[in-house]
Design a protein around this ligand. Structure first.
Ligand SMILES: CC(C)(COP(=O)(O)O)[C@@H](O)C(=O)NCCC(=O)O
Ligand SMILES: [Mn+2]
Length: 968
């Protein structure tokens, strides 16, 4: 059998030599590293565009006196571990890392690297700067209000606080000749849209909120606010809703601002159109407790009926952007429910009333068909005995007083009366204009399952299934969003779904869009808030106990089943609105064969069993992850505190999603895994696996030269097989897999390799190697055309990239194929990032001419080494290039609907993509089709997944080769 791994890999002593500094090899590696670091450093441009150089001295770790280093020892979460010593030992390296991460962790979101890069105006080469950040556009207003009868809705914009640390990559991109393509030259905001609501009766709370965040002045960080150049008297805020008239003077008095009043209907329509076009999972149906997101065809969106259920109800026929007609309305709306409900039940607020309805039985209040017909149906006209003949009808014929009725029953009766009525009137208007699509918005609905089911039922029943009721996740914010859109400088019109990323911060599972008390200013306040929340023993997602299913009149319809579901204690928290991150540089991956049909996730988490399984896997992984995260920040008390709160926050998200899987939009495994990374970043854990990654990189780089020699001694065919085996085997080093981490505790790296290698016997579980080989090497005498450009979607640090993907890349370079290593923009588990790759490649290049020349040609070596002299680079060799591109992701999977513009640009000339690892090739993209050839390589490191997808076993390997659609 072919021994792919060099013989010294079999000897643990040897293998670990680089770490224990005893072998000549280790000394050599140290020497190389030393000279590398001595001679150079990491180049950054800070946000002002001033070049800063962070020098680094030797940063290689020692594990002196250890003969046998368990893989798990790479984990520095060992309880005996002295974090402070570790910190001291590596201070210089960590300083560097912290320089990088500090700049990075100003962003708690998906990478917005390009956005900030584009902001650098000194860039004279970009004649049409594509994106201007808000700090270049003082005139952009940041707040819009919709002041309704019951609620005030705020939409405000916050600019990205961060500027990217890696402007060196920006210059690299230029060197690749990657232009920003057909970008626009008008300003687009790079930042975040926030959605917040207050009760109108608590206007002062709302004004305090605006004032403490200085939202009316463009936010605390705005240049005009800081410089004091803007006086409040000049500030004009867009506002809509009746309160914009009623409270104009109060706002002038309290904040000194004037309101520019926008027409309410225009705002509703503008808000709805924006949401339907720009947010992928905005609209959904809700029938019998089942929520299903609806894919809106932007080319076939109009006409539709928009029903906005606020205090009153407006029914608008929408024919296009700015084209609409208010065709009807009803005065029986949310205000009616709340007003009557308050009088009749003494409830203190809308949500309390809504919650009460959960335990109600309306048949105690409503007159049913059966009450009239002696318990019988009126079947001739299709009415069952339980049909509501008359809402509140029972209360007239009896001699009871109000106090004799249960508030719960009254509340439910009211809710049903109003919901059916709205559903019915909407249907009649849809019928009147021949419309099939009815979108319901407004805060009456508040994501309340029973309300939505009731409305849906009415529409479905009366239209005999011809019309469809759909709801909007941002239901209550249509008007405020429309008012925001009316600023001429907002630049939002052109944003599309792929440029928006919705993030759910810590408080999302706890409070939704509702604000209690003063805003949380900084991380510390957030942490304290969550700690209090936890201490109070508040069950963040406490379900309300439900009354046993009661009787009842069904108002012409059968009972909507969602009534049996649990509801959150705070019904308004069911509004699942995150913060919308505007990332204008994200693009759709251009090689997707059918972007409209593309679904990144392989596993459907709508299947409750799947969701439960994956949530359990992530929960079980949590303690270990917290250990790593805390250790990565030096194990300080502050880090421990952040670690605890992170665990609480992430658990709260998981609990929320278990309760309502569609709470944050359509949920796939990729989203769940990315949520974990985002949550870590929110608590400023920027790279939990940094130490592990560095150590594995060092160990792997040390053995790379011998591996290359061994490979070079093989014939072409054997080598190709060995290379693919190498990629598959090395994918076992995955700190996100429970089984693998357990393995690292049980054996040495080498033992794990051995096991992994044994698995390499073909046929693999999916084995298209022969097809791939034929495409690469041809068959018989017929040589095949080499690929022009291959995109390597790399996965993990250490052996995976160094001993797996890099040698494979080298083989392609040898064939004359240009290679782009595509890596994460932000850290996720032990995945290698685009920022880390140039250094790794530079190290590898020291042992290999092919890599060196190609990396020089691609500008990579210069990137990691001393001088970035752009002029010098223009004359570099004619060898094929090895390049690096960031993928735009900060998770272990990849959604190809939203990739960095850099990746989109390099993809245009690619004729092969290689997706590697479980996250990118199995959890996502297993079923994706491309216009170019695709090779999907991964080891399946989860038993259940192996069984489910491949009818196989854990550690099975997948080598799937798919000729591109255009080639077929
Ligand atoms: C997070 C991962 C997708 C990373 O795998 P990779 O892409 O590195 O091959 C994978 O480790 C995973 O699915 N882990 C969770 C399942 C488990 O622990 O079995
Ligand atoms: Mn990975």
């Amino acid at each position: 059998m072919l021994l792919f791994f060099p013989s010294y890999l079999i000897d643990p002593q040897q293998f670990h030599a680089p770490s224990d500094l005893r072998s000549p090899r280790a000394r050599f590696v140290l020497f190389l590293l030393f000279s590398f670091f001595r001679s150079g450093g990491y180049l950054f441009f800070n946000r002002l565009g001033i070049m800063g150089v962070v020098f680094e001295t030797v940063g290689v770790r020692q594990t002196v006196g250890k003969g046998r280093l368990m893989a798990s020892e790479l984990n520095n979460s060992n309880p005996d571990h002295d974090y402070s010593k570790e910190k001291l030992k590596h201070s210089s390296k960590e300083e560097m890392v912290s320089t990088m991460t500090n700049s990075m962790h100003r962003s708690s979101s998906r990478p917005q690297l390009d956005v900030s890069r584009a902001a650098i105006q000194e860039d004279s080469e970009d004649r049409n700067p594509t994106i201007l950040l808000p700090n270049q556009s003082d005139d952009i207003s940041h707040l819009a209000l919709d002041i309704g009868g019951s609620l005030i809705k705020l939409v405000y914009f916050s600019r990205h606080e961060e500027q990217s640390p890696d402007d060196k990559r920006r210059s690299m991109k230029k060197r690749f000749g990657l232009s920003n393509g057909n970008r626009r030259s008008y300003p687009i905001l790079g930042g975040r849209l926030h959605f917040v609501k207050f009760e109108t009766g608590k206007l002062n709370e709302c004004l305090d909120f605006i004032s403490s965040k200085q939202l009316h002045r463009g936010g605390i960080d705005s240049p005009s606010w800081r410089s004091g150049t803007q006086t409040d008297a000049n500030i004009v805020i867009k506002a809509t809703g009746g309160g914009a008239y009623k409270f104009a003077d109060v706002l002038k008095e309290r904040l000194g601002v004037s309101l520019d009043k926008e027409d309410e209907m225009s705002c509703l329509v503008a808000g709805a159109n924006f949401l339907l076009k720009a947010i992928r999972h905005e609209a959904f149906t809700h029938m019998e407790g089942q929520k299903e997101f609806v894919q809106i065809d932007h080319n076939d969106m109009f006409p539709y009926l928009l029903v906005n259920v606020g205090s009153g109800v407006s029914i608008i026929k929408v024919d296009g952007d700015g084209k609409y007609q208010r065709v009807s309305g009803t005065n029986v709306g949310g205000g009616t429910f709340w007003g009557l409900g308050r009088l009749l039940t003494k409830c203190k607020n809308f949500d309390e009333l809504l919650e009460l309805s959960q335990q109600g039985d309306n048949s105690n209040v409503d007159m049913l068909v059966g009450d009239i017909y002696g318990g019988l149906d009126y079947s001739k006209i299709g009415l069952s005995a339980s049909t509501i003949a008359s809402s509140f009808g029972k209360t007239i014929s009896e001699t009871k007083e109000l106090s004799d009725y249960r508030p719960e029953d009254i509340s439910l009766s009211l809710l049903r009366m109003i919901s059916y009525n709205i559903g019915q009137i909407s249907y009649l208007n849809a019928l009147r204009y021949g419309l099939k699509k009815i979108f319901f918005g407004g805060f009456f609905i508040r994501g309340h399952a029973y309300t939505m089911d009731t409305i849906s039922f009415a529409v479905h029943f009366w239209s005999k299934g011809q019309a469809q009721a759909m709801f909007l996740r941002h239901e209550g914010f249509l008007g405020a969003l429309g008012a925001f859109m009316s600023y001429e400088t907002h630049g939002l019109d052109y944003l599309r779904a792929h440029q928006l990323v919705e993030r759910f911060p810590m408080e999302a599972p706890c409070i939704g869009g509702k604000i209690h008390g003063p805003p949380l200013g900084n991380l510390n306040e957030k942490i304290s808030w969550l700690e209090k929340f936890v201490q109070r023993g508040t069950q963040i997602t406490a379900p309300v106990p439900m009354a046993p299913p009661g009787t009842t009149g069904m108002g012409g319809f059968e009972r909507p089943s969602s009534r049996g579901n649990t509801l959150r204690s705070d019904a308004s928290a069911a509004l699942n609105i995150g913060v919308l991150h505007l990332v204008p540089t994200l693009e759709e991956f251009p090689l997707l064969a059918d972007p409209k049909m593309y679904e990144p996730n392989t596993i459907d988490l709508l299947d409750h069993g799947e969701l439960e399984y994956w949530v359990t896997v992530l929960s079980e992984h949590l303690p270990d992850l917290v250990d790593k995260a805390v250790a990565s920040e030096g194990g300080t008390d502050d880090a421990k505190r952040r670690g605890d709160v992170f665990a609480h926050a992430f658990s709260a998200h998981l609990a929320r999603l278990m309760e309502e899987p569609a709470a944050y939009g359509k949920l796939g495994l990729a989203n769940l895994l990315e949520l974990r990374e985002e949550c870590l970043r929110e608590f400023q854990f920027m790279d939990a696996y940094i130490t592990i990654k560095q150590r594995e990189n060092e160990a792997s780089l040390a053995v790379l030269p011998d591996l290359l020699i061994e490979l070079d001694n093989m014939n072409e065919e054997d080598r190709l097989l060995a290379l693919i085996e190498g990629v598959l085997a090395a994918n076992i080093f995955d700190w996100g897999s429970r089984a693998c981490v357990d393995l690292y505790h049980k054996g040495t790296i080498i033992e794990i390799y051995r096991m992994s290698r044994k698995k390499m016997q073909r046929p693999w579980r999916v084995d298209d190697f022969d097809m791939f080989k034929e495409r690469m090497l041809g068959s018989g005498d017929e040589k095949s055309q080499p690929y022009k450009r291959a995109l390597f979607f790399v996965d993990n640090s250490g052996a995976d990239v160094v001993l797996g993907m890099l040698p494979l890349a080298r083989e392609f370079l040898r064939h004359g194929t240009e290679v782009v290593l595509v890596a994460n923009s932000l850290p996720a588990l032990n995945d290698v990032t685009a920022l880390e790759l140039p250094e790794i490649v530079a190290e590898a290049a020291k042992h290999c001419d092919i890599i060196r020349k190609a990396a020089e040609a691609g500008g990579l070596i210069m990137d990691a080494m001393v001088s970035i002299q752009e002029d010098g680079l223009k004359n570099h060799s004619t060898s094929v290039s090895l390049m690096v591109a960031e993928n735009g992701s900060g998770g272990p999977c990849i959604d190809l609907r939203q990739v960095s513009s850099e990746l989109a640009a390099v993809a245009k000339d690619a004729d092969l993509i290689i997706l590697e690892g479980m996250g990118r090739a199995i959890h996502t993209n297993l079923n994706a089709h491309f216009n170019c050839d695709a090779l999907k390589l991964a080891m399946v490191k989860n038993q259940r997944l192996a069984e489910k997808l491949f009818n196989g076993n854990i550690y099975d390997c997948i080598c799937r080769f798919e000729p591109g659609k255009e080639q077929l």
